[in-house]
Design a protein around this ligand. Structure first.
Ligand SMILES: [Zn+2]
Length: 206
């Protein structure tokens, strides 16, 4: 008689035990799932700016215009293979630029200040006397210079032309830069949210 009474109770407690484990497993699964999809906190503004400064950039050697990719913050440097000074690539986006490619791609060129030169130890030297050999130019773009006449060019036209010339940005660096913009916006929001929690620093006693 006791057996018939206890049987449903045992079944019930067994069901509770299985149900309890199921709940525990579901909670654990949920926590693990959350930790896998959680967005990491944004990096500091300094870290984001540092990455932006060092994104890969296109440089061209001064004479043969060989393309070299190096961090954007590198400044002037000597390409050891050619022994030439590397300058950041500039793009001319003037609609009538004669240097545009067959598909309309902008002409890439560099500034070439002759004051800067490659030294035998592959460092960059500077000698202002060398700049005297520099030919006078109306525009930064050498191809546009071929169709511009310095005698008839007005200062306003000169300014208009200079606005067509911009630093060339590699497509992959442009994409990365856009994701850094998004990260920076998240950082600004993060800082605002945590600003209220920070205690103001006390000054020295007066
Ligand atoms: Zn041009």
């Amino acid at each position: 008689m006791n057996t018939t009474l206890h049987q449903p109770a045992r079944l019930f407690s067994a069901a509770c035990l299985v149900g309890g484990w199921l709940v525990v497993m579901l909670l654990l699964g949920g926590l693990l799932g959350c930790s896998q999809t959680a967005v990491p906190p944004p990096r500091t503004r300094d870290q984001i700016f540092a990455e932006r400064l060092n994104l890969p950039a296109l440089y061209l050697t001064a004479k043969t215009h060989k393309q070299v990719v190096a961090p954007g913050s590198k400044g002037l440097f000597v390409d050891e293979a050619t022994g030439e000074v590397c300058w950041r690539a500039l793009a001319c986006r003037a609609p009538n630029c004669p240097g545009r490619g067959a598909s309309g791609e902008p002409y890439l060129f560099t500034e070439n200040d002759l004051s800067y030169f490659a030294k035998p130890d592959n460092s960059v030297g500077f000698d202002p006397k060398r700049a005297k050999q520099q030919p006078k130019q109306v525009d930064l773009c050498p191809k546009c210079n071929e169709i511009l006449d310095p005698a008839t060019e007005t200062p306003t036209q000169g300014v208009q032309h200079s606005q067509w010339v911009q630093a060339y940005v590699l497509p992959e660096s442009l994409a990365r830069s856009q994701s850094l913009d998004a990260e920076l916006r998240r950082r600004v929001t993060f800082d605002r949210q945590h600003q209220m929690q920070t205690t103001p620093v006390k000054g020295p006693p007066e």
